[in-house]
Design a protein. Sequence first.
Length: 194
Amino acid sequence: MAGTNAHTNTNTATNNNTTTTTNTNAMKFITIFTVALTALGLAQAPEPLPDEAQKVLKLFVGKCDATVDGSPDLKGTVHGIPTLGGRFVRDEFVLKGGDGTVVLEVTSMITYDTAKKLYRMSSFYSNGEAIETEGPWNDATRTLTTTSHDKAKQQTTTWTSTFSAEGAETWKLITKDKDGKVVQEVSGKSTARK
C-alpha cells in the first residue's frame, strides 16, 4: 500500500505542477498582451472624433437609391451603417442592371484619421479591386474629396462626394494614368429613401 500512496502522491504533485505551469503561462501571455497593447496605444481610450468629423460621417449613414450618370438602366442601393463605436461607417453599395442582375458590389469603410486630420476610405469591389483613399472635407462646398495613388499601375484615383443641404449625394470616381489621361470615370447621385 505504501507504494500505491507514493504513486498517487507523485501524480498529484505532477498535476499540481502542470496546473501551476499552465497558470503561469496564461499570466505571462496576459501580461505580454497587455504590455503590447499599451505600447501600441490600443489599450487607451481613443481620441474622440471632432464634432465636425462626426457630422460628416453621419452624411453617409442611412439607406439611399443610386443612379449612374449616362446609364439609365443601372440602379443601385446604398446602405451606410455606423460601426466600431461610431468611428467608422460601413457603406454597402449594390448596382444592378435593367434585368435585376447584380453588376457590381462595393463595401467601403469610411472614417476620420485624428492624427492626419483627413478622412480615409477603404473600398473593396466584387471584381477584386481594392482602393484606399484619403483626403479633406470642404465645408464651404460640402464635399469630401479623397485620393489614392497606385504606384504599380501608375494611376491616381479621386473620389468626390458632394452633399446638398437636403442630404442628396452627388458622387464621382475618376482614375487617371501617369500622364493625366482619364482611364475610368463614373458619376451619379444617391438620394435618401423616404
